[in-house]
Write a protein that binds this ligand. Structure first.
Ligand code: URA
Length: 483
């Protein structure tokens, strides 16, 4: 009888990553395993509690040492890019799928181009699901305010399908930089205090508050922005799947809104105007509501809204077109190059910036990406008209005696029609609330000019501001005698 000779299988390994979205951990371990020539079926990959992840657990990484002369693994940019999304999927086989792909890429460097390959297709499907989940979180997180002596804290409960919380953190920090907020999820939590972002353990829905004044504002806002003329229930459910409804205050209104759609449509056609319901009652409410505004495409482009700033009760309101790149980054109006030029001219004309409320016709930054840069784009007349609701809200609360419109977009927002700035500049017009509107060019226009024409246009701009300054003094004299 021939003696039984056992076949030796290569050693098997279990690799535990430190977190379900630990891309660096997976990449380092995978590189090492490829260099050590460990085939995909000899590795079991896992992350701590893949279902309900504890973001802080440390992984066990006792891996084989590759030979010193083992070459670095081949990879491709396409693969690495897609892998970073795939790793966020909740499918527990994602790590082994990625390793199998990396293993196969060693002998087929152009594997990613094979769109019929089952592994490539699975990767693309998983990445698509993750992208969609990231988008849904950005669109459907709803904060509820908790008031305390330390100030307002906004808390949201969200149930992501995948491990996208950390990947989405930057978006929420950028968009809600000035607020203190927490986002609670069953997979982990994020906390932002205006300066530092912290991660915390998973939460339950009971940890989040339910219902408050911000929610009431949302409901009112949604009811008034809901456009019955565009009601397509199928499309609505696709964009706002039912399972998110329970965490979104406005969705409580949907059945009622659908029922009343026809009547409202008739009403809107008759009125022929924008009406978002009751105006916010404070500048803080306007600031909160514009952050959430998605009435036009600019509001949906992922930038954060920039609120006006300055004293409530300022005699002068200065209205620009829209925040630029710097303004969006800092969350403040007129802090970029155009703002600097404006400030210099205001000072020269004897108008203190501190006495003006400065804002914009459009609250979000409209741009086209060009490489690393974002190039300004003018808002359309329709976008200006939609956003007028918020400017009107600010005007009703600040009640300026004099409004200075910089450029054609601001003028359109205040007059409700397009005018030629060159024709109407320098002469006041009376607005419906009794305030005076003065129109001049936009400082960005001056920045685009060169030499002689710039000097000429700046002189006209300075002249307009001098007139505004004189008029402001007259009005403040009248205010004090009236008072
Ligand atoms: N241009 C504007 O119109 N507004 C700003 O806030 C900045 C630049």
């Amino acid at each position: 009888m021939t003696p039984f000779r056992s076949m030796r299988l290569p050693e098997a390994f279990r690799i535990t990553l430190s977190a379900p979205d630990d891309f660096e951990g997976w990449r380092d371990a995978a590189r090492r395993m490829i260099r050590a020539d460990v085939p995909p079926d000899r590795i079991t990959w896992e992350s701590p509690a893949d279902q309900s992840a504890d973001l802080f657990t440390q992984g066990d990484r006792r891996l084989p040492a590759p030979p010193a002369d083992a070459p670095q693994p081949r990879t491709s940019r396409d693969f690495l890019q897609l892998a970073q999304s795939v790793i966020l999927h909740s499918d527990s086989t994602r790590f082994s799928l990625l390793y199998r792909m990396l293993w196969r890429l060693q002998s087929r460097p152009r594997l990613m181009e094979d769109k019929a390959d089952a592994d490539v297709r699975t990767m693309e499907d998983l990445a698509r699901n993750v992208r969609r989940d990231i988008h849904k979180m950005r669109a459907f997180v709803r904060f509820r305010v908790i008031e305390s002596e330390a100030g307002d804290h906004y808390v949201a409960w969200f149930e992501p399908d995948h491990h996208i919380l950390r990947a989405n953190a930057g978006f929420f920090v950028r968009r809600f930089t000035t607020m203190h907020w927490s986002i609670l999820t069953p997979r982990g939590t994020l906390h932002w205090d205006g300066e530092v972002l912290q991660e915390g353990p998973p939460a339950t829905r009971a940890d989040a508050p339910s219902g408050d004044p911000v929610e009431a504002l949302w409901r009112k806002y949604y009811a008034s922005t809901f456009n019955p003329a565009r009601l397509k229930i199928g499309a609505m459910l696709k964009e706002m799947p039912r399972r998110y409804w329970k965490n979104m205050p406005e969705t409580a209104l949907i059945p009622e809104l659908i029922a009343g759609a026809q009547a409202r449509e008739a009403q809107m056609v008759k009125a022929g105007e924008q009406d978002f319901g009751q105006q916010p009652q404070s500048l803080a409410a306007v600031a909160g509501a514009i952050l959430a505004c998605r009435r036009c495409e600019i509001g949906c482009n992922g930038t954060r809204a920039v609120m006006g700033e300055g004293p409530q009760g300022a005699a002068l309101m200065i209205v620009g077109e829209q925040p630029g790149d710097t303004e969006e980054a800092q969350g403040r109006p007129f802090v970029g190059p155009a703002g600097q030029l404006l400030r210099a001219h205001l000072q020269h004309a004897g108008i203190g910036m501190g006495q003006a409320y400065v804002t914009n016709a459009v609250k979000h930054f409209k741009f086209v990406p060009r490489g690393k840069h974002r190039l300004h784009q003018n808002p359309t007349a329709k976008e200006i008209d939609i956003c007028r609701w918020w400017l009107d809200g600010e005007r009703a609360l600040v009640r300026p005696r004099l409004v200075l419109a910089l450029g054609a977009s601001a003028a359109r927002s205040l007059l409700g029609k397009t005018v030629s700035v060159q024709k109407v500049r320098g002469e006041p017009q009376v607005l419906a609330d009794g305030s005076e509107l003065w129109i001049t060019t936009h400082p960005s226009y001056l920045l685009r000019l060169e030499d002689q024409s710039r000097a000429e246009e700046e002189a006209k701009f300075a002249n307009d501001l001098r007139k505004v300054s004189t008029r402001l003094s007259e009005l403040s004299g009248r205010i004090s005698t009236e008072g």
